[in-house]
Design a binder for this molecule. Structure first.
Ligand code: SF4
Length: 351
């Protein structure tokens, strides 16, 4: 039997039941793939279900405001994905009559859609013979063919793509790609692959040579840069001072409580007090720290403390800032741990 036949036999017996597999709707596959980019399947299920209830079609999503879309994305992180999804869906409505195109190149030209996602949509929804190569597939094929090149390098990725295309069955490309997704999630997992449950042991060179635990080869990841931050919970007449981050860069246009970055050895209280005066024209007395979080992004790690601040006096706010009542706090798309603090402030007024 061929690799594809063995893999498909296994898949048809043990495929995972996932909400986006209920039908082969290109828009739903698109949403699920974007959500799954940085998040585990179990965590995505609830977000996905809620999303499809509210935005069941591209046309409905295209009409929604960015703020509402970001609210529905809240908790999944990497908000540029949600913005790109919204922009992509609007393009689908404007240029393709609301139907996701069935050509891989056209799908890949949509905002935020890379080669992997375009391949997944084209193969699963439209049965196009497109590969969908992500980290799972790179790992599986590195093991199956005992590839010892670094999987972060283009040369290794090209070799994996060549191998996948060699084995991709033209009749069932979508099922083949989904079978690889399941194999990577359930059996050929990153550490200690469960070879005893694998349908491909008789074809796997790494298994036969007993080197599966050493593959794939990958250069070490960079350690995220640690950034110390102090944020102020400034309350005036029951409303909190909040501001929107710049329109470009990390967490663009997300909301946060006024925050300052601390240099090495710099005191949080003095720096926060000065920052509120210089950037927000508000004179405050900085009190005690009430929340502390370590929040890791892909390249950065925030070490952030939130301080109670007593408002003393102030001038007009910059255009990026405003006062929000505690009941309005959770209607905003928040940057990282600011969301948890906004929830706490809403549940405990006068915090
Ligand atoms: S035999 Fe083991 S290493 Fe090889 S593909 Fe299967 S799970 Fe992965």
């Amino acid at each position: 039997m061929t690799l594809a036949t063995q893999l498909l036999d296994w898949y048809y017996q043990s495929a995972r039941e996932l909400p986006w597999r209920a039908d082969k709707d290109a828009y739903k596959i698109w949403v699920s793939e974007i959500m799954l980019q940085q998040t585990r399947v179990e965590a995505v299920k609830n977000y996905y279900t809620r999303w499809i209830e509210r935005f069941p079609t591209p046309a409905v999503l295209a009409e929604a405001s960015e703020q509402e879309v970001l609210n529905y994305w809240q908790g999944l992180g990497y908000y540029s994905r949600a913005r790109n999804l919204l922009a992509g869906v609007r393009e689908v409505c404007a240029a393709y009559g609301g139907r996701v195109p069935d050509d891989q190149a056209a799908i890949q030209s949509l905002p935020g859609v890379g080669e992997y996602t375009a391949g997944a949509i084209a193969s699963i929804a439209y049965n196009r013979p497109a590969p969908a190569i992500d980290g799972n597939v790179l790992r599986i094929f590195s093991r199956l063919f005992c590839l010892t090149g670094d999987i972060t390098k283009q040369a290794t990725k090209r070799e994996v793509k060549r191998l996948v295309l060699t084995h991709l069955p033209t009749q069932y490309p979508g099922d083949f790609n989904q079978a690889l997704m399941d194999l990577g999630a359930l059996v050929c997992i990153p550490r200690r692959p469960r070879c005893e449950n694998c349908p491909l042991t008789n074809l796997c060179e790494a298994f036969m040579r007993e080197v599966q635990d050493t593959l794939p080869v990958r250069s070490p990841k960079k350690v995220p840069q640690l950034i110390r931050l102090a944020a102020g919970l400034v309350v005036k007449d029951g409303s909190y001072l909040v501001h929107q981050r710049p329109t470009t860069g990390m967490l663009a246009r997300m909301w946060e409580f006024p925050t300052v970055e601390l240099a090495d050895g710099e005191g949080a209280v003095e720096r926060l007090q000065a920052g509120l005066l210089q950037e927000f024209r508000q004179d405050v007395h900085v009190g005690k720290s009430v929340f502390h979080y370590i929040h890791t992004f892909s390249h950065r790690k925030w070490d952030i403390s939130f301080y109670q601040c007593e408002w003393l006096a102030g001038d007009k706010l910059p255009t990026t800032a405003c006062w929000l009542s505690s009941s309005e706090l959770t209607s905003m798309p928040w940057a990282g741990p600011h969301h948890k603090v906004a929830l706490a402030c809403q549940n405990t007024p006068n915090l």
